[in-house]
Design a protein around this ligand. Sequence first.
Ligand SMILES: [Zn+2]
Length: 260
Amino acid sequence: MNYLSFQGWIRHITINLLSINVHPKPGIHILNGHYISRDDNVAKEVFAHLLEKIKSSGIEFVDFEQAVDLINQKRIPKDKCLVSFSFDDGFEECFTKIKPILDLYNIKAAFFINPNFVDGNELYRSNFTTNVVKANKAPMSWEQIQKLSIEGHTIGAHTLDHINLSIDNRNELELQIKGSKDIIELKTNKSCNHFAFPFGRIEDISELGVVVAKENFPFVYSQSDFRNYFSFNGRVINRRHFECDWPVNHVLYFLKRKKL
Ligand SMILES: [Zn+2]
């Protein structure tokens, strides 16, 4: 988020005002981030600080797959607010910084990865971080991803190359969607049942893209339309964007905005 812009500043002030005396409404939220901070100098404890603040406002943490089961079965709690976490793009700090904080709270999260970023050479990675995901960070190794999987975190697919799926070419969609599933299953020795489409806005996947995703995965996720649990006629579960270094007021503000 860019607080230097005037618009960003206005948004910051507005959310701070609106979030005074926020009490979380009952419901389930999947928060989706990417890293501790875009700035590598920010300490991982900023995430522990955010979790502590969320917890002290009465919100409970649940494991990612538990949250997905409840949402999928439309068993939304009426008396408590539950939050779970996922992280896209598979940056190394997911393992070195985010996992240690999740461990402190005994939370199992989901990590959506791009196999070709993990396996890419220097040129591939440099293009990926500069032009595609626009964050100058290294990927997790397969050893780190395997350790997350063994410890009970979910490894999900995010296409091979983080391409925009608003296309109608079935061959390319299958290559990117099923291709990422196959490699993850081979590497983790578990079935890969979760897919988050890159960029995450509703317009970033075509109708055929959703069809191909659902042919390969029981669970498909956006990062969009967070006030509703589902998009694409119930076929896609919506997640809410956050990052670990966001002010707690901003997170609490959108946690009260879910439609039941
Ligand atoms: Zn992504």
